[in-house]
Structure formats: C-alpha cells, structure tokens
Write a protein that binds this ligand. Structure first.
Ligand code: GLV
Length: 332
C-alpha cells in the first residue's frame, strides 16, 4: 500500500521532516514560502493530510476542494485559522499542540509584562539612539510589578501559568476572568480570585490577555474596555490579534489613557496598525511567545505525532474535533 501523501505547508525542523518522511510521501516547503489561500488549496488537492502553522487558513470551501484530505495537524495551540465546523462536517480531523508550549508561553507573557511595565525597549531605543547623556531621577520610571494586582483574562493552562508566576514569584494579587470559574483547588494553587470582567479592568494594575480567539472574543478589549482601565495600567496581549481593537488601543496609548501595552499578536498580522508603530509606550514582538528552540521542536514533533498516530489508526493524540470518518477518494 502506498504511503499517505502529506503536505508540510511551511518550513520545519529537518529532523521532524525526516521523521515524517519515514511514514509519508512528504511534499515540503523548504524555502518556507507563504502561500496564498489558492496556492495552499492547489497544494492540498491531492493530499491525505497536512501539517500547518497558525498562518495557514483552512476555510469553509477548502475541505470540498480537497476530497482526499483527512487530517490537518496545526503546529499551534490556537486553531482559529481553521473553520472547524466545516472540517468536522466534511470529516476532516483537526489537531493542535497544547501543553508542550504552556510554560514557555507563560514565561514570555511575563517577559512582555515586565518589559512593558519597566519600559525596557523604549529605554533601549533611547540608549541606542545616543540620547543617554546622564542619569536622572525619573528617567524611564515605569510601573511597579511586584505586589501589584494582576488581572488575567482567559484562565486556561497558559493563564494559570502566568497566575502562578505572578502570585508565587512576584507576590502579586491575582484576579481573573474566564468563561467558567476554575475549580477551587486550582484557584487556590494559582492564588487567583474570580472577578467580573469590568471589575478586573477597573482595578488591575496589569491586564494580560490569554483567551482563544473566536467570534465571541473578537474585540474583548476595545474603546469601552480601555476607558475602564486605570491610566497607570499596562495591557499585554499574547493571545491572538483581533482580541484587541488595535486602532482603539493605539489611540488610548497616544492619549496616555493607559500607561503602556505589550503586544505579541496583531489584527491582520504580520501587518501592524501604523498607530501602534508611532507611539513609544508599546512593546511590539512578532508573535514569538512560544519561540524557544525546545518548545518549537516539541510543537513540530507533536504535530507530526498526530499525523503518524492518525494514519496508524491509533487516533490523534491531541484532537480538536471528532469528525465522522471521511470516505477516502480513490487514489489519483
Ligand atoms: C501560537 O500562537 C499558538 O497558538 O500556538
């Protein structure tokens, strides 16, 4: 029996590609080109499975255009790039990469919070520009982190990791808002107290967003919510672009209605709202929260493991949906 055909839609670690090649006929993307949706659909037309990143959209029309496709393994924990309902209806399995990135991403959330509150990149730009002439008492005086109130919106695994860091490492009072409350044991382990979103926004010194993106979470933070925040507060988004209204945030930062923001994700990324590029009180990073070599390798291996287990008939390791079995079109 011939091996299933797999598309690896973006560049990936050579050792992961080699593993996949032991199991599949692999079409890779060695130059790591970013394909248009049409190019992606054309590449997938004769494939049984795919390894994607969060940048490839699997939209409503794609499953019908790719009759052999049975699984798409996303190398990301988020999967808002998938139309999961359409994939489930068409019998296409979706998988993601939870757990392996939790602590690394929580580390980065904290790094971005620290850099934002303590004005790390703003002061570095000042130094590199040769503008540092003398020490002065209020030069780049930022916001306190230890002992302040940390508000976390989205209390999944990564949110909990940030809560632990804040509570146990920095003596912060942690409040959170989530679709559902954590069970009391987990709340007490994270030293986190559930509050309404409005109370969180009004009272937190630092607000960190770690919720999944979907129609309900679109613009969770827009002008109204920014207006509730303290003028001294910082806002950190390591979740997804679209959770924050970037235009409203750029205006709030320009008018100093909040003190600062740290953003790893953007609406329409890799484009960044020009208003955010113009203001000094924002730390901007290019969607790198899970980017350590070890974690990215673990994510790529988990995506590969999902493909291997699925085609071995063992079932995916980290499924997102439970589609009915797709009838496989005859070999072409
Ligand atoms: C990264 O954004 C991920 O969802 O893994």
């Amino acid at each position: 029996m011939s091996k299933p055909r797999i598309l690896v839609a973006r560049g990936v670690f050579p050792q992961v590609l080699q593993r996949l090649e032991q199991h599949f006929q692999v079409q890779a993307n060695p130059r790591d080109e970013v394909w248009t949706p049409q190019q992606l659909a054309a590449q997938l037309a004769d494939k049984d499975g795919a390894l994607t990143t969060g940048s490839e959209r699997i939209d409503r029309s794609l499953p019908a255009a790719c009759p052999r496709l049975r699984i798409v393994a996303n190398m990301a924990v988020g999967y808002n790039n998938f139309d999961v309902d359409a994939m489930t209806a068409a019998g296409v399995q979706c998988t993601n990469t939870p757990d392996v990135l939790t602590e690394t991403t929580a580390d980065f959330g904290f790094a971005l919070l620290m850099a934002t509150a303590r004005r790390v990149t703003e002061s570095e730009h000042f130094l590199r520009a040769g503008r540092w002439k003398q020490w002065s008492y209020d030069m780049f005086a930022g916001a306190e982190v230890h002992g302040t109130r940390l508000g976390i919106i989205g209390m999944g695994r990564i949110g909990q990791g940030i809560a632990r860091r804040g509570a146990h490492g920095f003596g912060m009072e942690v409040v959170y808002h989530n679709r559902s409350r954590l069970d009391p044991a987990l709340e007490s382990e994270c030293k986190a107290r559930y509050v309404a979103k409005e109370e969180l926004l009004r009272t937190a010194d630092h607000v960190v967003l770690v919720l999944p993106y979907n129609a309900t979470s679109h613009h969770t933070i827009a002008a109204t919510e920014l207006a509730l925040m303290k003028p001294t507060a910082t806002l950190v988004n390591i979740a997804r672009g679209g959770i924050v209204d970037d235009a409203a945030l750029a205006q709030a930062l320009r008018e100093r209605r909040i003190a600062a923001a740290g953003l790893d994700v953007f609406e329409g990324e890799p484009q960044v709202h020009p208003g955010l590029l113009d203001v000094p009180n924002v730390v901007l990073t290019p969607h790198i929260a899970s980017a350590t070599v070890g974690t990215r390798l673990a994510m790529a291996n988990l995506a590969a493991d999902n493909l291997i287990a699925f085609f071995d008939g063992r079932g995916p390791l980290t499924p997102v949906n439970t589609p009915a079995v797709r009838t496989i079109a005859p070999s072409i």
